[in-house]
Design a protein around this ligand. Structure first.
Ligand SMILES: O=C(O)CCC(=O)C(=O)O
Ligand SMILES: [Fe+2]
Length: 380
């Protein structure tokens, strides 16, 4: 396990482009990293040319790629540039009364009267998002923009997007026989925001554009330690465990959880394999955040409040690729990913037939109790 000091050194980011607004020697504030009770190892960081890279991706191991230039044209995406160039589309902005932004399915939430929504969501113009950010300075509310990039973006963003390093990602996509790129999610959140631990059913190249994020990953074989909500719950795929305040009575196997960690900065791309659990935390920058409005505050933002009031944000863009958990030929023992997929399918099937989550538990217990949960000696 590498020491935090080594990590901090690694995080000194070279200026990526001469006309880039990213200043040299950018780094994060180590004091902004939350502490947790589980052990952590570092995710390897390597060059696009490193011969180990392909093997890691082939075997579904997380890795940080440091020089892919995947989103190089986006490294100039500060708030001012985005405001001028994102176009007049609407953006989903989530609000939370604490720093956690736990995902939930809105449709399922409507059907579940006892469910307390952890965040609220608004669809707003990008300029309104900036006004909302300013208001966050006056309250404890925090916000997080999370919107799939779509065809409402302006021509400069289209140009930037076309100049992403598609050669790099498409080569991996075809080598790994992944399906289509399903979407690119743009994430702009305040420093300190946390996306709590969950897994996705897609392969992910997670590209950091501005600011720093701490990414904690757990392999799919830690399903038992992380206690996901039932598949029918609005928070399907999300862990029930809150790392900042773990309830060991309810979740005793969380004591066995162990993470791998990466701190990503501008230009880094983290490969998050499908079904790998991840918690993503926006860290505080060590330097003052340059949103780009400082020179022409009055004209740029067009509002009563000063642009100086905009709190610092982090910006990321992910690349989600469809993939199948089942290979053409199943090999035994099945992988941890396949095991999760099988469990999900069984849970969904029983839930669909029985109609209620309580019935799922009863039915599965009836199948197992006294029959499969015995030692092999008792069973004979
Ligand atoms: O950056 C974040 O806050 C969450 C990103 C995430 O969960 C993802 O890309 O799958
Ligand atoms: Fe995710």
């Amino acid at each position: 396990m590498k020491s935090r000091e080594m990590c901090d050194e690694q995080m000194l980011v070279e200026e990526p482009m001469s006309d880039s607004p990213i200043s040299m020697n950018q780094s994060y504030d180590p004091a902004s990293i939350p502490e947790y009770p589980f052990p952590m190892e570092q995710i390897p960081r390597m060059s696009i040319n490193d011969p180990r890279l392909q093997h890691l991706i082939e075997t579904s191991q997380p890795v940080v790629i440091t020089d892919s230039q995947l989103v190089q044209p986006a490294l100039k995406w500060n708030l001012r540039y985005l405001k001028s160039n994102l176009g007049d589309g609407l953006y989903y902005v989530y609000s939370s009364h604490n720093n956690r932004f736990k995902y939930f399915d809105k449709e399922r939430a409507k059907q579940c009267s006892s469910f307390k929504q952890p965040t609220t969501r608004k669809e707003v113009a990008f300029s309104d998002f900036i006004e909302m950010l300013k208001k966050c300075n006056e309250s404890t509310e925090r916000i997080y923009l999370q919107q799939t990039l779509n065809d409402t973006v302006g021509p400069n963003i289209v140009q930037d997007y076309l100049q992403f390093n598609w050669h790099f990602v498409s080569r991996i996509q075809s080598k790994m026989q992944w399906g289509d790129l399903s979407s690119n999610l743009l994430l702009i959140g305040q420093e300190g925001n946390i996306t709590p631990v969950h897994y996705d059913e897609q392969e992910n190249f997670f590209a950091q554009v501005s600011g720093f994020k701490r990414c904690l990953l757990f392999s799919p074989d830690q399903f038992e330690c992380l206690y996901p909500h039932p598949v029918s719950h609005p928070c399907d795929r999300q862990s029930q465990v809150n790392f900042s305040n773990p309830d060991y009575q309810r979740f005793p196997k969380f004591r066995d959880a162990h993470a791998v960690e990466a701190i990503v900065g501008p230009g880094d791309v983290l490969y998050i394999p499908m079904y790998w659990w991840h918690q993503i935390e926006s860290l505080a920058s060590a330097e003052p955040y340059d949103h780009g409005f400082t020179d022409d505050a009055a004209s740029s933002c067009g509002s009563d409040t000063s642009d100086e009031d905009i709190p610092p944000v982090t910006v990321s863009v992910n690349f989600w690729y469809r993939s199948s958990p089942l290979p053409q030929q199943i090999e035994y023992p099945i992988s941890a990913q396949q095991r999760v997929s099988v469990m999900r399918n069984i849970e969904k099937m029983v839930g669909a037939v029985m109609g209620s989550p309580d019935e799922v538990a009863n039915l599965l217990r009836t199948i197992v109790d006294g029959r499969y949960n015995m030692t092999s000696r008792e069973a004979t």
